[in-house]
Design a protein around this ligand. Sequence first.
Ligand SMILES: Cc1cc2nc3c(=O)[nH]c(=O)nc-3n(C[C@H](O)[C@H](O)[C@H](O)COP(=O)(O)O)c2cc1C
Length: 156
Amino acid sequence: MSSDNVRVGIFVATMTGLAEMCGEEVEDALTSAGFHCERLLMDGLGTDAFDEFGLIVIVTSTYGHGEIPDNGQALFAAVEAGVDLSGKTYAIFALGDRTYADTFCAAGDRWDAVLTSCGATRIVDIERQDASSGTLAEDVAGEWAAGWVGQIARGG
Ligand SMILES: Cc1cc2nc3c(=O)[nH]c(=O)nc-3n(C[C@H](O)[C@H](O)[C@H](O)COP(=O)(O)O)c2cc1C
């Protein structure tokens, strides 16, 4: 995968804004590595939003009992209903809180399952950011993206 020919779409689902800050840091890291990125809140998007991107980055928190944030529910449902994403790659930065032991970062896991079932290929382990860990989510997000993007930009 090369930064010359892969466009990156960063898709953000959030309730209170932390995932949006994380998405900005991911965008900075990927842009610094030479990728052309577009960052979008999931509100109002359909599956055609994925069309122009070779690499899809999902940045999502989890609410309720393992639910997708409100602004991501329609897009998630549309993908779940079926779309061909073969040939696309993806990465997931999931925000959650380990005090929700049974549903920790479940929205990220749900995206992982649905993107795989639609034919896309995950290029890096899901990152699960724990709000109770004392780390700054946006810093972790930037470091996470910087950690894998150099490798893929070199074709690794
Ligand atoms: C009402 C409520 C429900 C939550 N439910 C979950 C959950 O089921 N699993 C989880 O891992 N985190 C859960 N969280 C934690 C959030 O995902 C976490 O605080 C996240 O950092 C919020 O990011 P955001 O500001 O982008 O929405 C919940 C938080 C709230 C306030």
